[in-house]
Design a protein around this ligand. Structure first.
Ligand code: MG
Length: 205
């Protein structure tokens, strides 16, 4: 969807949870939502490429993607824990063994082959950088930058992520697509197109 059209539905934390989210991720509604967002992400990139051929673009094109529940699939961890808690989640991150969500992985790989730089903007803190990189290497993910929350920063996801997208733009990139599983990944502009993936495991505001 165009970045200016973002209108999150009313959200209530009690509608989210490990079990409810994992069960939802096995439904046709989840698949439909994912497929639509991924198809729209490809379409936005293809539109940019056709405009580029006409000389109607400026800057270097980039795709910004969130990691958790956007590219990285943490369901093996959430299957084993009754409810979200940070220490357990960080212990899982440190194993650097999470699988990928294949549709996002394929989209990012396609985009990179077609000239888009790939920047990951994640709420994971800097202290988890090495573990995060190890996980991406293990899953053979090619990318151009990994921008993370500063250690000790307790700001909202939006407050953390908007300045990081600005940082990408200051490097000379035009963010064509910003994709994430939380509305807070997408709010605040700095992208032409935003794509929301489904996630009912947890809510990040
Ligand atoms: Mg996420």
């Amino acid at each position: 969807m165009p970045a200016n059209d973002i209108k999150p539905p009313p959200l209530n934390e009690k509608d989210f949870g490990n079990r409810v989210g994992i069960d939802f991720s096995k439904t046709s509604a989840y698949k439909k939502e994912t497929d639509k967002s991924i198809a729209d992400a490809y379409a936005a990139c293809k539109k940019y490429l056709s405009e580029k051929e006409k000389g109607a673009t400026k800057g270097l094109p980039a795709v910004v993607s969130d990691l958790d529940e956007t590219l990285i699939d943490n369901r093996p961890h959430f299957e084993k824990t009754p409810e979200f808690n940070w220490p357990a989640f960080e212990a899982w991150i440190k194993k650097a063994d999470a699988p990928l969500l294949p549709k996002t992985a394929a989209f990012l790989q396609w985009a990179r082959k077609n000239g888009f730089a790939i920047f990951f903007i994640t709420g994971r803190r800097e202290g988890l950088r090495a573990d995060t990189i190890n996980n991406l290497i293990k899953r053979e993910v090619a990318y151009d930058g990994l921008l993370m929350r500063k250690d000790g920063d307790k700001g909202s996801a939006e407050a953390v992520k908007v300045p990081l997208r600005e940082q990408v733009e200051k490097m000379g990139f035009t963010i064509v697509v910003n994709i994430g599983d939380q509305w807070s990944d997408l709010q605040g502009g700095h992208a032409y197109d935003c794509e929301k993936l489904p996630n009912k495991i947890y809510l990040v505001e």
